[in-house]
Write a new protein. Structure first.
Length: 634
């Protein structure tokens, strides 16, 4: 076994070192299906930017992902297909001008859309796209007034009570929605035949989540009255709100021209600026388009528009994994990676300072260009990578200190850690009639963030295990364990991910492996192991709110489960041995299981295939197995 473990580790080390970029980073693809490809075609055609080489390449990729029944899926076992994704693909293909409705593939897609209820059943964000581009009307009364940008902090809800992801996307939506802006061109396709039960000009159909619209409007009425009593409600106030929303966007544009370095928010910002009178050729819009183009990558010979880049995330995880696998800290690959990470530490204040005003910048963000929107997970991942340099070189020592301080300052009042901002968890916002509200509007403590932060603080710092921050974090995790022994992971798929993070974090921060909370988790992991020795979880878990088996094993799920069991076990149990064997024998596996999403942005709508994960997590699990269980004599 030892020889096989070392051989597989060496193979993975060689692969990762070979794939490193010249600047020290790893730019493995951040793949999110075909929606961004479709949106890019629609954007370019709407702006009458005729980059037909790119458009043709995107058309080819979209068509390559179509199922035999005409639909497109978000993940392999989704069922017959995903209606919003299919509608977006259909729209993008038609707008490209390179395929028409008579094409058999388009006829099949149209039939699927109509069987699933047509445009009326599209999700909120797809309906925004359709309204923006003149395919569907805006609602007669937009449920969220632009004046929310002027709500004072003391009122029950203000703009900064929403998560940063929500603010990034809702800001431009509120601008275009309140202005009822639409942009059509002479080449806009006609999607009116995709309606099932109503005429296209009916503006009374619910645009947002219909079950909560009335409750939300009542809340908005209260806020309006509050603002009226404070400032005097007038058209001047409405103009001021539009201006504040515009300034919010313009003040958060990254050097590459993108808004928060996200595809969706940048796409929406462009239309918002157009609605405010910017011409199509304005320099801000042109630079934003170029920024989006710069996020294109190649996957299996096809061009894909990434939602963002994952360079900092990839680099921090890979550099740490290589070091755990025995690559010397002095190796060129590690030195280059750490220099890259050092250059990406934030020195600017972002929105996080609103809820955390007494802390200096010091975090890291996710993407290559991110300069002011740090997150806890990227920060602890980057700190893991540079930890051996802290104390040796002044620049690393300073970076380490600033990063540690920022991580500590981000702990929520409840003891857990969020992703982006502290204490952004007002339950009142559950009334907001937005698709995926629980995933997008708030940024609460989560098991994966809390567990990974505790693992970092427990294993990679000299912090005493009785430190109040560690105690509070352990208490939060213990109180949020599911009855079956698992934890739900917010940013991954889902229960295996959350359980791995919680178990490794609890043990690293002082929880005894023999404790009930750890052993219950280990028992659950053993219970769901597949006959081939691996593990696999379906994306259905996040919408069904319970563990749903995939039916097949994957390298990433297996590595997470094995790593948790290694941490919880004194001996290499049969379950651990079987999992290690699976990782070794399937390291080169190439099928749908290795393209299956392992990240999640919004349950039921937004999933991520990290191309780096098949290397990162197996090499970490193998490294930890080797260190704990393989002696020199074995």
């Amino acid at each position: 076994m030892k020889r096989a473990v070392i051989s597989e580790m060496n193979r993975l080390i060689a692969k990762l070192i070979n794939d490193q970029s010249h600047d020290g980073s790893w730019d493995y693809a951040f793949e999110t299906g075909i929606s961004t490809d479709s949106y890019m075609i629609i954007l370019l055609r709407s702006l009458e930017i005729h980059d037909d080489k790119l458009i043709q390449a995107l058309v080819k990729r979209i068509l390559s992902k179509q199922e035999s029944n005409g639909a497109w899926k978000l993940y392999h076992d989704e069922g017959s297909g995903n209606m919003p994704a299919t509608l977006e693909a259909y729209y993008g293909l038609l707008y490209s001008g390179y395929i028409n409705k008579k094409d058999p593939r388009m006829r099949a897609a149209r039939q699927f859309i109509l069987r699933e209820g047509g445009i009326e059943k599209a999700g909120m964000f797809t309906k925004v796209l359709l309204s923006l581009t003149g395919q569907s009307p805006w609602p007669a009364i937009f449920p969220v007034p632009i004046e929310i940008f002027l709500s004072p902090i003391p009122l029950p809800v203000n703009f900064y009570d929403f998560s940063v992801y929500a603010r990034a996307n809702l800001t431009p939506i509120l601008i275009v929605g309140n202005k009822k802006f639409q942009l059509k061109t002479d080449h806009s396709p006609d999607l009116s035949d995709l309606y099932v039960n109503r005429l296209q000009n009916n503006e009374d159909e619910p645009f947002f989540r219909s079950d909560d619209v009335n409750e939300w409007r009542n809340l908005i009425t209260v806020l309006k009255e509050g603002m009226k009593s404070l400032t005097g409600f007038s058209e001047h106030l409405r103009t001021a709100a539009f201006d504040k929303a515009k300034q919010y966007m313009l003040g958060r544009i990254e050097p590459d021209g993108t808004f928060y370095s996200y595809f969706s928010s940048t796409f929406l910002m462009i239309f918002a600026l157009l609605s405010l009178g910017y011409p199509k050729h304005h320099s801000t819009i042109k630079k934003a388009v170029q920024g989006l183009k710069s996020m294109a990558c190649e996957i299996d010979g096809h061009v894909h528009m990434q939602y963002t880049t994952a360079d900092v995330w990839n680099t921090s995880l890979i550099s740490y994994a290589l070091q755990e696998a025995g690559v010397p800290k002095s190796a060129e690959s590690i030195q280059k990676a750490n220099q890259y990470l050092l250059s990406r530490q934030h020195s600017k204040y972002g929105d996080w300072v609103v809820h955390n005003p007494d802390t200096l910048p010091g975090g890291w963000g996710f993407s290559n260009i991110n300069s002011f929107n740090p997150d806890v997970d990227d920060t602890t991942a980057s700190l893991r990578s540079i930890r051996h340099m802290a104390g040796r070189l002044p620049e690393y020592s300073g970076a380490w200190g600033r990063g540690i301080n920022w991580v500590f300052s981000m702990q929520n009042k409840d003891g857990g850690w969020p992703a982006f901002e502290r204490n952004v968890d007002k339950k009142l916002l559950n009334l907001v009639p937005v698709q995926g509200a629980e995933f997008t509007l708030l940024d609460p403590s989560s098991a994966d963030l809390t567990g990974r932060t505790l693992e970092f603080l427990g294993n990679h710092t000299n912090l005493n295990k009785n430190h109040p921050s560690l105690k509070r974090g352990r208490n939060w995790l213990s109180s949020h364990q599911e009855r079956d022994g698992s934890w739900y992971g917010r940013w991954g798929i889902c229960y295996i991910y959350g359980t791995w993070a919680a178990v490794t974090g609890l043990i690293a921060s002082g929880k005894r492996p023999e404790s009930a909370v750890i052993q219950n988790a280990a028992a659950w992991l053993r219970l769901i192991q597949n006959e081939d020795g691996g593990w696999g979880e379906s994306c259905h878990s996040d919408t069904e709110k319970k563990y749903v088996p995939l039916g097949e094993s994957t390298l990433t799920d297996t590595a997470w489960a094995i790593d948790a069991l290694i941490a919880a076990s004194d001996t290499p149990t049969p379950e651990i041995q079987a999992g290690i064997k699976y990782l070794i024998e399937n390291g080169n596996r190439q099928d749908w299981t290795e393209q299956y999403p392992k990240g999640q942005g919004m349950g039921g709508a937004f999933y991520i295939h990290y191309h780096s994960y098949r290397y990162i997590w197996p090499i970490l699990a193998l490294s930890h197995y080797r260190k704990k269980f393989l002696t020199e004599k074995q």
